[in-house]
Design a protein around this ligand. Structure first.
Ligand code: ADP
Length: 402
């Protein structure tokens, strides 16, 4: 089956055309600066030449039109006819408490996704625009929604409730939802395959470390806790987000600095984390370069980042009553030798016998611990698009056999 996977942001769209039987992309690309006269489409057919097109793309409707046109194009395309697209899989950020798995998008589903806009005011509207635009151009094809929150929807109440009046949970749905679920799900499954053990028998901690970062405790295949919360702001230190802090600090700063709600939101989401502490960069590569040059503030930011991951690993091992594997994924988790080393180096007491040499040379899916280590640490590149394509294929096949 050929599935067009779409990840629609407010001014950008990432796409992949995936052949599910081979689990491989036929082409991938993205459009940036939607809404501007000089929007940029970058397209790369697998094994072919990467091209860039600059043009006026004012909305999601014309953006999807461009995507389809380039997929069909004579020189750079990967399909000859639009009918070769069997289905569309959409990444949708917030499924709230409504969606516990991927679903076929019907009018009722779309309306439920709209109901969740309040929970994800920046993300869900863009996802909805993408769905509506795809419907215009590919109306007769099944469209599937795959939610970032769904994998975490089986957490126990003691993990998802905050210690605030319960009425606020009931009235406003204030609770931990968690994000990056598609990635946590994928890498935990891959870890089981690598370990040759069933998911139902393992206690795994997955650390998705990218610009946004979250960590999850996956016990017997179920996400029982995760560090992101009501929004993606909670938990680990991130590129520009604060992660965990005493909530009173926010009130105090708002009063002292006379910040509006909007200002405080921007401060916590855009000017905190690695950039806030280092004053240098939100990008881990640049932080590491600055550390090498002796920059103390960058070193502090690096230490806060890695310390928090270590702290969560300890907490989640306790929460699950044991630990079999730790997985590193995301841009930092996959590529930063130093972050993995710093996080794992003193965790021998947990049963992690870290192999510093393997860690230095690891690529693709790799084990980073010594042979007899009680707990296995793995590097597993994430592949959220593939999960979306495979969920889409399964739902479409299920519909056909109904
Ligand atoms: P996003 O969350 O936006 O998808 P990514 O998963 O691509 O982000 O991760 C981006 C982060 O990965 C950046 O902080 C970047 O510096 C970091 N990164 C990428 N390559 C390396 C590397 N070789 N060493 C350290 N950090 C890296």
């Amino acid at each position: 089956m050929k599935v067009l996977v779409l990840n629609c942001g407010s001014s950008s769209i990432k796409y992949q055309m995936i052949q599910t039987e081979t689990a491989s992309p036929l082409a991938k690309g993205n459009i940036e600066r939607i809404g501007m006269a000089s929007a940029i489409l970058t397209h790369e057919p697998t094994g072919g030449e990467k091209i860039k097109i600059v043009g006026e793309i004012l909305d999601h409707k014309s953006a999807i039109e461009y995507v389809i046109a380039v997929l069909l194009s004579k020189n750079h395309g990967v399909i000859k006819n639009i009918d070769e697209i069997d289905a569309v899989g959409h990444r949708v950020v917030h499924g709230g408490e409504t969606f516990t798995g991927s679903v076929l998008i019907t009018d009722a589903v779309l309306s439920a996704i709209k109901d969740n806009i309040e929970l994800a005011p920046l993300h869900n509207p863009a996802n909805i625009k993408g769905i509506e635009a795809a419907k215009i151009h590919l109306g007769d094809k099944p469209q599937i929604a795959v939610f970032d929150t769904a994998f975490h929807s089986h957490m126990p109440d003691f993990a998802y409730l905050y210690g605030i009046p319960l009425a606020l949970y009931k009235k406003h749905k204030i609770r931990r939802y968690g994000f990056h679920g598609t990635s946590h799900r994928y890498v935990s499954k891959r870890a089981c395959t690598r370990l040759g053990k069933p998911l139902e028998e393992l206690k795994i901690i997955t650390a998705h470390l990218g610009n946004g970062a979250s960590i999850a405790a996956i016990k017997n295949g179920i996400s029982v806790d995760t560090s992101m919360g009501f929004t993606p702001l909670e938990g680990l230190l991130m590129g520009t987000r604060s992660g965990d802090m005493d909530p009173s600090v926010i009130l105090h700063i708002m009063a002292k600095e006379e910040l509006s709600i909007m200002d405080a939101n921007t401060m916590l989401n855009k000017h905190s984390g690695l950039i806030g502490l280092s004053g240098e960069s939100s990008d881990m590569r640049e932080i590491e370069e600055a550390v090498q040059k002796g920059n103390k503030k960058a070193e502090t930011a690096f230490n806060v980042f890695t310390y928090r991951i270590k702290k969560y690993i300890g907490a989640y091992a306790a929460a699950m009553g044991g630990l079999d594997a730790v997985v590193f994924t995301g841009g930092i988790g996959e590529n930063s030798v130093l972050v993995r080393e710093e996080v794992c180096k003193d965790l021998g007491f947990l049963g992690i016998d870290f192999d510093f040499e393997k860690n230095k040379t690891a690529k693709d899916e790799a084990i980073l611990t010594k042979e007899n280590s009680k707990v296995t640490v793995l590097r597993i590149p994430t592949n959220e698009e593939l999960v979306i394509a495979l969920d889409t294929e399964k739902i479409v096949n299920d519909i056909k056999t109904e």
